[in-house]
Design a protein around this ligand. Structure first.
Ligand code: ADP
Ligand code: ZN
Ligand code: ZN
Length: 742
């Protein structure tokens, strides 16, 4: 008899242990590890994944048979080993870890078909859409001026026909634009399958002669590809890290092997994607959130079928089915978005390290501001550090000036622009150059703050500060939507100096218009870029000849490369300093350094001006003096003495529910169970109310487990998790190596 061990994938059920099923004779030769199958599960049918085939079962009863094989294998032995590691390390059910390897596009289901057979509803078995798009002969059609995406599509087609998935990977919103263009008769599409553009079609991008530092970095990575290992590419902005990635990837591809490149979602801009496209041509699949589920599935399928060697994408692309993987690149490795916020709460950096240890090959972590975790891994010999210390274009990074806004306020300047920033901005505009202005909004939106007593209005049900909106003077909670009219005087002390902190984009825009009349002011934030093609059109307007100001949030900190930008201003450095998190100082430094890197990328040089009420914050000093050690030495000492990563290992266990006493009781119960088994040098902090004590009408408590570095924190948590009964209505979530503790 053949037995299939199957991990069942039912939504909302956390299942780890596989169930045994009999394999009927007609399926024996068809069935393999990694395949999705339909199996009976209680009274229903469920989708499951085969994790093992065995000759016999230890189950006492009669085994029920597998109904049907639903598709080709979704994971191999290596992927399964990785999934098991993820499940263990992050205390998650194996079924959820396995889901990471499924193609994008909704949870799989199995339903009874009309003819009584079992039909699989998922994307795994859908064909790759290879519709080919080409320009209609002699069409005089010209898109309206605001049809940016249509223009981009026609531009791309001027080089010849292209498949729809490729077009979609390059241009967000391509599919919709193609449909519109089709109706206008400007393009035609055909359904010929298996069409491929010649590989040389777009590989015409100029190749640079590498600097000595770049060559050394490429060599070191090539060696790591052979021997296995992690390289931390610590390179200042503009030092040519992307060029190093590209050269390393090309070497891997020439050898017929594969590579995965992770980029933070926020910087997965058309500019970034274009650089990979222009060098790797058709040999790259790109997966990002602005694609529809179908488009993402098509990109995934290109890798699964071995039609591309390289996948570029955000965090989840780490699990793309790249053949013969030899290289993983994680750009901006310090970015918090590499930690997943839902189960399994994995960190891409650590999973990638595990993945290459299973499959061989190199992991390259790139950053201008490496995380403290990675710096520590270099110190302990786990990673090899390779530095890029020079900007490729020569020239030194721009000077950084700091303006003390408290002093400005005392001098009677109530504007959000200091005198210094105002004059510099005006002269930059007169010269016809461009400026980037950064509004720091990480963690908090703009809020009211009493300058006399420090009172900040908060949401009655979420205990987070309310966001102030200029239009109509409204206060709003961005967690639950609660709104209120902004008070005129401080409700606590009656002071008239209840002022907003962290000026919003609207006010900055209004003041700017008065400051530089007639200059185009381009806003870039979640609102202006959420539409498909939004990014492209915003950047295209900024790139137009002549002076312009780009005013934006976090989004502008990354990847922008405009040589005409000669001024970068940070309007409010303070916002991120006040986030209640042990990484606040590190994050502030990384953010300021990234923003500063947008200036002076061309021959004209540039200036960086940072406005802050806390001018001697170590992060500000470190950026101003170009001495990261000013921040990191202080941080190392602090974290080592208080006991924070990388000097301890943390896990955050959260509890939430509608009834406060139940939530605190659940937390206390878990803490007691943990305490009974706690090794002598480990510690439990709390339980206590979470920093955001109430969210969407659920009370939140948490406790923090601290263990020595390298300790197996997961086994203990899994044991306590399994042995401690919960309380009805209370959700428990375990976050190992948390990115934050809100
Ligand atoms: P980073 O990613 O480190 O910020 P980039 O890779 O964006 O740096 O490089 C900055 C600029 O320099 C880009 O426009 C890139 O095309 C260019 N560049 C990179 N390497 C070289 C080189 N060896 N010679 C000339 N230009 C280069
Ligand atoms: Zn007050
Ligand atoms: Zn609220």
């Amino acid at each position: 008899m053949t037995v299939a061990r199957v991990v069942i994938d039912v939504p909302a059920r956390a299942l780890t242990e596989p169930f045994d099923y009999a394999v009927p004779p007609h399926l024996v030769s068809a069935l393999g590890v990694g395949m999705p199958v339909a199996v009976p599960f209680g009274p229903r049918r469920a989708v499951g994944y085969v994790v093992e085939l065995a000759a016999e079962s230890t189950y006492e009863g009669t085994l029920r048979p597998v109904d049907a094989v639903l598709g080709t294998a979704l994971f191999d032995e290596h992927a399964l080993e990785l999934a098991r590691w993820v499940a263990h390390e992050y205390v998650a059910p194996l079924s959820e870890a396995l889901r990471l390897f499924l193609p994008p596009g909704g949870a799989p289901r199995v339903v009874r078909g009309a003819d009584g057979t079992w039909v699989y509803e998922g994307r795994q078995t859908a064909p790759v859409s290879t519709r080919i798009v080409m320009r209609a002969a002699d069409s005089p059609f010209t898109p309206r001026s605001n049809a940016v995406v249509q223009r981009a599509v026609l531009e791309a087609l001027s080089e010849g026909p292209v498949t729809l998935p490729e077009l979609s990977a390059e241009i967000a919103g391509a599919a919709a634009a193609v449909r519109a263009l089709e109706r206008a008769g400007a393009v035609v599409t055909t359904d010929a399958r298996r069409y491929r553009r010649p590989d040389t079609a777009r590989s015409s991008a100029p190749r640079h002669a590498h600097t000595a530092e770049q060559s050394r970095a490429v060599d070191r990575i090539a060696r790591a590809v052979e021997t296995g290992g992690t390289v931390l590419l610590d390179g200042i902005t503009g030092s040519g890290k992307t060029e190093v990635y590209l050269a390393a990837i090309e070497a891997v591809v020439v050898a017929g092997r594969g590579a995965i490149v992770l980029v933070p979602e926020i910087s997965l801009t058309p500019q970034t994607v274009g650089r990979f496209r222009s060098r790797l041509g058709d040999n790259v699949a790109v997966i990002h959130s602005r694609l529809s589920a179908g488009e993402r599935f098509d990109q995934w399928q290109l890798a699964l079928e071995g039609r591309v060697n390289v996948v570029v994408g955000a965090r989840s692309a780490l699990f793309a089915p790249v053949k013969d993987l030899a290289l993983i690149v994680i750009d901006e490795e310090h970015e918090p978005s590499y930690k997943q916020a839902q189960t399994p709460r994995y960190h891409a950096r650590d999973v990638a390290e595990r993945l290459i240890s299973i499959r061989g090959g190199a992991l390259v972590l790139g950053s201008a501001t490496p995380s403290m975790e990675s710096q520590h891994a270099v110190e302990t010999g786990r990673y090899e550090r390779v530095a890029l210390t020079q900007r490729v274009g020569g020239g030194s990074p721009p000077p950084v000036e700091v303006v003390d806004m408290g002093a400005e306020f005392a001098d009677g300047n109530r504007s959000i622009f200091s005198e210094r920033l105002r004059t510099e901005l005006q002269s930059v505009m007169e010269r016809g150059d461009k400026a980037v202005l950064f509004l720091n909004r990480r963690g908090f939106a703009s809020f009211l703050l009493c300058r006399e007593c420090g009172f900040v209005p908060e949401c009655p049900s979420c205990s987070v500060s309310l966001t102030y909106h200029e239009d109509g003077g409204r206060l709003q909670c961005h967690h639950c939507g609660h709104t209120a009219t902004a008070p005129v005087t401080c409700p606590r002390c009656d002071s008239p100096y209840l002022r907003r902190f962290g000026a919003g984009t609207q006010r900055a825009e209004a003041e700017l218009e008065a400051l530089v009349p007639g200059v185009p002011i381009i806003r870039m934030d979640a609102d202006t870029t959420s539409r498909k093609g939004g990014h492209e059109s915003v950047l295209a307007r900024f790139d137009a000849p002549g002076p312009a100001v780009l005013l934006g949030t976090q989004m502008i900190a990354k990847g922008l490369d405009f040589p005409d930008v000669t001024l970068v201003g940070v309007l409010n450095a303070d916002t991120s300093m006040h986030v209640p998190d042990f990484r606040a100082a590190e994050r502030t430094y990384q953010l300021l350094e990234q923003v500063a890197g947008r200036a002076g990328r061309g021959p004209k040089g540039g200036t960086v001006i940072i406005q802050t009420y806390w001018a001697d914050h170590p992060a500000v000093l470190a950026v101003m003096r170009r001495e990261p050690a000013l921040l990191f030495d202080a941080e190392r000492a602090d974290r080592a003495s208080i006991g924070y990563p990388p000097y301890v290992r943390l896990a955050n266990v959260g509890f939430s529910g509608p009834k406060a006493p139940d939530v605190s009781e659940a937390a206390a119960r878990f803490a007691r169970a943990l305490g009974d088994l706690l090794p002598h040098d480990w510690r439990v902090l709390g339980p206590s109310p979470a920093p955001i004590a109430r969210l969407k009408n659920r009370w939140r408590w948490h406790l923090v487990l601290k263990a020595p570095p390298g300790a197996d924190i997961s086994s203990l948590l899994a044991q306590v998790d399994a042995a401690t009964p919960g309380i009805e209505g209370v959700t428990r979530s375990i976050d190992v190596d948390p990115a934050g503790m809100l």
